[in-house]
Design a protein around this ligand. Sequence first.
Ligand code: HEM
Length: 544
Amino acid sequence: MNVLFKEPPTQQHTALTKSEMDFLLNYLNSTTAGFLSLILFCLFLYNPFKFRQGKEAPRVAGAWPIIGHLPLLSRSKTPHRTLAALAEKYGPIFTIQLGSKKTLVINNWEISKECFTTNDTAVSSRPKLVGMELMGYNNAVFAFAPYGPYWRELRKITTLEILSSRRVQQQQHVRVSELQSSIKELYNLWCSQKNESGYALVELKQWFSHLAFNMVLRMVVGKRYFGSENVDDEKAQQCVKAVEEFMRLLGVFAVGDAIPWLRWLDFGGHEKAMKETAKELDNILSMELEEHRQKKGLGEKVHEFQDFMDVMISLFDGKTIDGIDADTLIKSTVLTVILGGTDTTNIVLTWAISLILRNPSVLEKVKTELNIQIGKEKLVTESDISKLTYLQAIVKETLRLYPPGPLSGPREFTENCTLSGYNIEKGTRLITNLWKIQTDSNVWEDPLEFKPERFVTTHKDIDIKGQHFELLPFGSGRRMCPGVSFGLQMVHFILATFLHSFEILSSSPDPIDMTETFGLVNTKTTPLEILIKPYLSFTCYENL
Ligand code: HEM
């Protein structure tokens, strides 16, 4: 093995640091002598100067044979920042090698625009990932399905039956009742645990998470999980953990994704963990499906909208699409909505409160706005949101600095095309570094500062629905997030109601910790413990 390290096979490799050696040692397990011989054979075949026609986007130096730039990303806790640093050196478009997969990384709004308009068809597919095969019903989860009729059909149904503005409006009572019971829960906690200065300590990350789960699950399976009589707390926690683990595992670089022929080795045990998570989620979904069928009676038509699973049963029972049976279609699509809607909402809210508490003047301004627009005698309603322009600016600014998916959804080019004057080959993967685009100093003044004011002044006309390419937290093009209206509705309503209902303070004199943990989504690593005290007239809470 040492021979490998002493004599790098090409001139472009820099000397190995200790951590690079550790990484490689980790991967190239010492027990696999036969496997090493195979690597040496492949090094012999490896030709870094392979001839390519046309102009190629700049390639990041320092790729290892076989594993390419995987160490660079696997070592980083914040790959969006690591890739952004590379953009400073290589420019707004460059390629890296993730195992055998050539991957294009784009970093400015001009290239994103060209990508998601002129080249949108060519770039609307997703790569087949090991995680999606093992945890996503063998790629039946449409959010990760290749571009084609199957994806189109499932996306259309999901949009029409649950995510359209009409449906979102129809489900308003669910959001209102869930939010009110969660506010009541906090108020009760405050009553029993307040300290001498009238504040109580709460952990908000979990509060947001339970609330988002309850809202989404009531829409998709018709019942809340937390605080419910029908679901025990252990099952609810199990569901949240399985969804979080799903997101984390989709973000890890499984060996099989980068080096398919080494998949069987399952370095790091990711595939094993994926199978376990898949089993847990499937148990939950199968139980729900069974319960729904029992209630309705097999084959019976649902005449009125009850929940998303009912609609899916009435649409798909006895049918198949692309050889995928009804049960799989229903479970995988319900899972898509749960995955799409829960963690993202919770993450945006957690970062928003963290940023607000680090910026007391922002807190003061938003409290003033809430006071003027709503007053102290009633809770916020959804129809109040349009008046809360500063609160909306806070959400935009949070999504700019801390987009839940800073590298957007993974894409794959299905046709050869030209982007920014460079030839891109079919089969190349695409990473859109949303975080870099949204913090580009050519577009944003003080790009890393939290300044919601920009969205009520200089940038007030920029929206976040995929048409303004300098701010794309929901992605863009035909594959952009279909949950944008529903997601924003939940985030605005929860944030406004929480900030209006309570006075908030940091629980420590130190600034709120902003350490990030990246999976498929970018979460706050540490809990968000803060102090709260009721702000409204007591009758507002007591009548809930
Ligand atoms: C609240 C904040 C949210 C953010 C910031 C967000 C962001 C994103 C992003 C960046 C993508 C990838 C888009 C691309 O590849 O260009 C995506 C895809 C997706 N999101 Fe969201 N999302 C949010 C909420 C939701 C909600 C509430 C739902 C549904 C309930 C949802 C469902 C989906 C689905 C199904 C996809 C895959 C679309 C496809 O492949 O056709 N998202 N989201």
